[in-house]
Design a binder for this molecule. Structure first.
Ligand code: SAH
Ligand code: AVI
Length: 389
């Protein structure tokens, strides 16, 4: 029987348009101004992002690819997925490594890429299904914030969120997102998360302010999207790209800075009358945050969402990490939270300090999981791909 290829679209119609109008109105009437980064990814934005991944300064994709090239077979052996779900899948370039490994291992039946970008998802779905002809491919066009519960559970799954896209969320958004991911997981499922790590400021800033100006073009494209979708009249060329390191929040930020005072009409974001927004000369609007992580922050964010960090893989330059997690059984997680409440401990994720060792009693099923890690002494493993060379 030929494999099935389906696409479900959750972002059609007035609701999605209304949500965009509301978010843009709120962001542009706030001080300081900000815009939601999810709207970068129209067809042009997705193509520009693919160009960014090949820039000499943008090390993230190469570092993550290095880890996947070294570890995909091992990850497929540990997780034995029948289904790979990829959130924010984009062009699925790196995913093919894991799909290939799980496919060769014989466990994989279905691939479910999920993304807000309909154009990029359509081409990924058709490319993957022609490359892996016996794989069912079920694409879902949706928003992380509203549609994760539309992902069907079609078998034992590996849910992946690569590229450090989690860095584009504010703390509260990250907490909600991880809780939704936890809700997708059964006991024998896994979650694989790609995170960019804290490093030298110059290297970070260069990655977001490349010499060829592709990132600047990607940033300014957000204004093209608003001009098209909300009938706005941004003079796109009058806004300069700015990339800066915010050490206190451990994140890169992208802004657009007005070159001269600007008055912008955004009819599609108005309530009764068109929205009118003024920019002072050199005023900025923040368009993206990109949080840089430590292992401690990932571990605490996971624990707060009921996820247990089981393995941590880094590239040879220690620039990027893949974190593998399982769901903490609900019973254990509820006890952990109750204990924290009694002790009046602040939310661990709000304490942006390095973690102490997080020790957990072994649970049923751990022995089997540990067998999947040949180099591991215990349950938690920490692997650097440089050890392979
Ligand atoms: N995973 C790929 C692509 C990362 S780019 C990689 O690692 O290279 C980020 C992706 O997330 C884009 O494809 C974008 O369309 C998608 N995305 C951004 N915001 C989203 C949202 N709110 N809901 C769903 N997808 C979103
Ligand atoms: C998708 N996301 C993780 C990218 C990042 O690095 O934050 C988007 C990007 N912004 C500028 N360059 C790339």
């Amino acid at each position: 029987m030929p494999a099935a290829l389906t696409l479900t679209i959750h972002t059609l119609g007035m609701d999605a348009h209304r949500a965009m109008a509301d978010q843009v109105r709120l962001g542009l009437t706030r001080s300081p101004k900000e815009l939601p980064c999810r709207y970068f990814y129209d067809d042009r934005g997705s193509a520009l992002f693919e160009q960014i991944t090949e820039l000499p300064e943008y090390y993230l994709t190469r570092a993550e690819t290095e880890i996947l090239e070294a570890r995909s077979d091992e990850l497929a052996t540990i997780t034995r997925p029948q289904v790979i779900v990829e959130l924010g899948a984009g062009a699925c370039t790196k995913t093919r490594l894991l799909i290939g490994s799980a496919h060769r291992a014989g466990s994989l039946r279905c691939f479910v890429p999920f993304d807000i970008g309909e154009g990029v998802l359509r081409s990924s779905v058709s490319e993957i299904s022609s490359e892996f002809r016996d794989l069912d491919v079920h694409g879902i066009v949706g928003d992380f914030a509203s549609h994760l519960d539309a992902i069907p559970r079609l078998g034992r799954q590996l849910v992946m969120f690569l590229g450090s896209t989690i860095g584009n969320f504010e703390v509260a958004e990250r907490r909600r997102f991880l809780a939704s991911v936890r809700a997708l997981l059964s006991e024998d499922d896994f979650f694989l998360l790609g995170v960019d790590l804290v490093k030298d400021e110059r290297e970070l800033v260069a990655a977001y302010a490349d010499e060829q100006g592709v990132t600047a073009e990607f940033n300014r494209n957000l204004l093209n999207v608003l001009n098209r979708e909300l009938d706005a009249d941004f003079d796109v060329g009058s806004f300069e790209h700015v990339a800066l390191w915010n050490a206190a929040a451990s994140r890169m930020e992208m802004h657009l800075r007005a070159n001269g005072g600007q008055r912008v009409r955004v009819p599609g974001a108005g309530l009764l009358a068109p929205l009118e927004v003024s920019f002072e000369d050199r005023e900025t609007v923040r368009t993206e945050i990109s949080v840089k992580f430590t292992r401690g922050i990932v571990e605490r964010s996971f624990a707060d969402a009921g996820l247990d960090l089981r393995a941590w893989f880094t590239d040879s330059g220690q620039r990027f990490a893949l974190a593998l997690a399982t769901a903490i059984p609900l019973r254990h997680h509820a006890l952990d939270l109750a204990e924290r409440d009694q002790l009046d401990v602040p939310n661990r994720e709000d304490l942006e300090v390095p973690a102490g060792d997080h020790v957990r009693e072994p649970a049923a099923g751990d022995a089997e999981l540990a067998r999947g890690f040949p180099k591991s002494q215990g349950l938690h493993v920490d692997v650097n791909t440089s050890s392979l060379h």
